[in-house]
Design a protein around this ligand. Structure first.
Ligand SMILES: NC(=O)c1ccc[n+]([C@@H]2O[C@H](COP(=O)([O-])OP(=O)(O)OC[C@H]3O[C@@H](n4cnc5c(N)ncnc54)[C@H](OP(=O)(O)O)[C@@H]3O)[C@@H](O)[C@H]2O)c1
Length: 239
């Protein structure tokens, strides 16, 4: 089975400039991978890429502004990365948001925004990336679901539906790559509360939250397992 060191891999991290995504970007770039971070705010992307490249002393992080709710922009992101780097070895589906509306308050606009960002966009991005991974016979897809993908919470029903849905989609994707015998693994992270405000290595997370660096360390560990091993659902929460 084909293997590649991180130094020969290219990753797309959606939402890779902020919060959990940023910690994934830093860890992958630090491990030697090329990382394309992609989300809507161009200036946020560029600032994060500059800071990370400066801190590792190498130009490994590049940017591509896109809105995951727009299929043409998804296709544009995938073409940009393939033209520039030839392969897409790691796809981290991290972009996501919640609209806090109870089942009685739920609005069509809120529902659409959450479902399109957290679920439909991910399915479209996987559809666009998969042929490139199949062609190279190499790839890892990492979905950031949540504990809200395993338990229902009254304040965020549309978010729960999107994150449960993401896990269902990931199971189908995993079954597809197994049946096609592709060298592609599908991982899901289901974190509890992650402190994305106190992110410095020296700062303590708020009570009940975990430090974001735990996600980055777990990512590198999971991706470093043998190619025939997949750590399927990764539940991480404060004990
Ligand atoms: N923090 C937690 O406690 C926690 C727990 C469990 C799961 N999660 C999940 O972890 C992921 C990251 O969340 P986070 O806490 O790190 O929050 P965050 O910093 O707000 O990250 C969300 C990212 O998604 C991007 N994004 C939002 N809408 C987008 C769109 N339409 N197109 C492309 N990108 C879009 C945002 O960038 P732009 O606004 O620039 O587009 C942002 O970089 C999410 O999927 C979240 O559901 C978080």
């Amino acid at each position: 089975m084909k293997t590649k060191p991180f130094s020969q891999q290219t990753a797309i991290v959606t939402g890779g400039a902020t919060g959990i995504g940023r910690s994934f970007t830093e860890a992958l770039a630090d491990a030697g991978a090329q990382v394309v971070i992609a989300s809507r705010r161009r200036e946020v992307l560029e600032m994060a890429a500059d800071q990370i490249n400066r801190s590792i002393g190498a130009e490994r992080v590049s940017t591509c502004a896109f809105d995951i709710r727009d299929n043409e922009q998804i296709e544009g992101l995938v073409s940009f990365v393939v033209e520039r780097h030839r392969s897409i070895d790691i796809l981290i589906n991290n972009s996501g948001l919640a609209v806090p509306e109870t089942v009685e308050e739920i609005s069509d606009a809120g529902w659409e925004k959450v479902l399109q960002t957290n679920l439909r966009g991910v399915m479209q991005l996987c559809r666009a990336v998969l042929p490139h991974m199949m062609k190279e016979d190499f790839g890892d897809i990492v979905n950031i679901s949540s504990q809200a993908g395993k338990h229902g919470y009254a304040d965020v029903p549309s978010y729960c539906a999107s994150k449960f849905g993401l896990l269902g989609y990931a199971e189908a994707l995993r079954d597809h790559v197994r049946k096609t015998k592709a060298n592609i693994r599908v991982f899901n992270f289901c974190p509890g509360l992650v402190d994305v405000e106190n992110t410095d290595a020296t700062t303590k997370p708020r009570p009940g939250f975990i430090h974001v660096s735990n996600l980055a360390r777990t990512l590198i560990y999971a991706l470093s397992l043998d190619r025939d091993v997949v750590l399927e659902d990764i539940n991480l929460y404060a004990k």
